[in-house]
Design a protein around this ligand. Structure first.
Ligand SMILES: [Zn+2]
Length: 106
């Protein structure tokens, strides 16, 4: 959602042509966000909670390659994990909205 809003604001799907962008997230990217990240032009990703933390409250974050971080780095996107992880986990645990893909595991 953040990337879509940034692209809308810049009136472009190529964020890299408008500057250097960093995406700061409360949790590691799910499989959908990972694909968008690779195409967005964002140069840096900072994430707090682990995918397992999101799954612990009911989100289905997979399938995703175990090499997701290496793939981003290979494509020139730096990755910082565990940024304020405990605070990010607490935010996840206080979440009371819809779980968008609960029970979708096959
Ligand atoms: Zn996602």
């Amino acid at each position: 959602m953040a990337l879509a809003l940034a692209e809308q604001e810049m009136e472009s799907y190529e964020l890299a042509s408008h500057g250097e962008f960093e995406l700061v997230t409360s949790v590691e990217p799910c499989c959908q966000c990972l694909g968008v990240l690779m195409w967005s032009g964002v140069l840096s990703l900072v994430c707090g909670a682990h995918s397992a933390d999101a799954e612990a409250i009911g989100f289905d974050e997979r399938p995703r390659s175990i090499y997701w971080e290496q793939e981003l780095v290979r494509r020139g996107i730096s990755v910082t994990r565990d940024a304020m992880r405990q605070e990010a986990v607490e935010i996840l645990q206080s979440y009371s909205g819809e779980i968008y893909n609960a029970n979708s595991q096959m």
